[in-house]
Write a protein that binds this ligand. Sequence first.
Ligand code: 5GP
Ligand code: ZN
Length: 114
Amino acid sequence: MANDCIFCKIRDGKIPSEILHRDDVCFVIRDIAPKATVHLLVIPNEHFLELTGLTPGHADMISGMFLAAKEMAKREGIDKSGYRLVFNQGSDGGQEVPHLHLHVLGGRKLAAMG
Ligand code: 5GP
Ligand code: ZN
């Protein structure tokens, strides 16, 4: 882990946070500053910086994250109404936390992507 990584600290319980789901590849928390009624973060257990570092060896991690997102959307009751999955990559993408994470946004009508 990176010593100063917020998400590694949450994973390890060093920052108290409700872990909604945890499995072999990832864990899920609520975003501290939600942009929608439901705003979850699916975070790989491995301290992995960003999408640009992806290799075929990460296939299980990525598929596990999507499966967790799908399951959590169902648990949150937004699977029928719909939701959006977002990876912010790098500076222009708006990435603030340098530990890969998948946003799950729903529970309200989201603006069309312009
Ligand atoms: P990014 O902009 O990197 O794609 O998204 C990072 C997200 O992490 C932001 O939406 C921000 O609100 C959220 N976040 C930052 N620090 C914390 C924290 O300590 N706890 C939780 N639950 N979310 C956080
Ligand atoms: Zn980390």
